[in-house]
Design a protein around this ligand. Structure first.
Ligand SMILES: [Mg+2]
Length: 231
């Protein structure tokens, strides 16, 4: 690979920070802390239902049809309702517990530190994330990767979410980067990959779960260590 790149823009959740495993750890602790076994037979059922509800609500949040505040408790309230428990107060307390503990989890994808160590010697690294402002910095610090990044571009501060072209333009602006010497790395075909394509930025799709798709993509990897041969 030629060395035309100077700036690498990473997504954070599900690209470096192992969102699903970190989340499951907190949900498992939450199940115990709130004595949910009194109402729900299996922890696994609870976690699976929560993930289904959360995914559906996140889709609404992403298109601005749901506020962050409502997302935080409704994902628990709707999960509890599925198990015939109608308790918005409990749901709200669970929401607070989750939001406090989740960003303090530290599971990263395999080889994250090694890859960031390698890349940071050759390129300037940045984060572009649609995640909540008040938790993303905690995740970066707690998992020990904050120091690798120069600019942290948050959709909540910019005012639009990926894949909106403006957040990518704003990111390049802050990083003093040009699209010709930039590349985006992310796990989301819509937010990260389509977003990069819309501003003609090169891109690498991190397909950890090896999901089948029919999109045309510049580079696709299933392990972060592959970045050391591409970049
Ligand atoms: Mg992501």
């Amino acid at each position: 690979m030629d060395n035309k790149y100077q700036h690498i823009f990473f997504d954070l959740d599900r690209t470096l920070w192992h969102f699903d495993e970190n989340s499951r750890k907190v949900l498992s602790d939450l199940f115990t802390t709130f004595n949910l076994s009194k109402f729900i037979f299996s922890k696994e059922d609870f976690i699976a239902k929560y993930e289904e509800v959360n995914d559906a609500l996140w889709k609404l949040y992403r298109v601005d049809k749901l506020t962050k505040e409502d997302l935080r408790w409704r994902r628990f309230s709707e999960t509890l309702l599925f198990f015939d428990l109608n308790d918005t107060d409990l749901a709200s307390r669970m929401g607070d517990y989750y939001v406090y503990n989740s960003p303090r989890q530290t599971i990263l994808f395999p080889n994250t530190i090694e890859v960031l160590e390698y890349l940071s010697k050759k390129y300037t690294l940045h984060i572009i994330t649609n995640g909540f402002e008040e938790v993303q910095e905690i995740k970066l610090k707690e998992s020990g990767i904050a120091s690798y990044f120069n600019e942290l571009i948050l959709s909540e501060r910019v005012g639009v979410k990926k894949p909106h072209p403006y957040i990518f333009k704003k990111a390049m602006n802050l990083a003093k980067a040009k699209k010709e010497n930039s590349i985006m790395i992310g796990d989301d075909l819509y937010a990260d990959i389509y977003g990069a394509q819309r501003v003609s930025m090169d891109h690498i799709y991190f397909n950890y779960y090896k999901q089948v798709h029919d999109k045309t993509i510049q580079h696709e990897i299933s392990c972060l260590s592959e970045l050391m041969t591409i970049l």
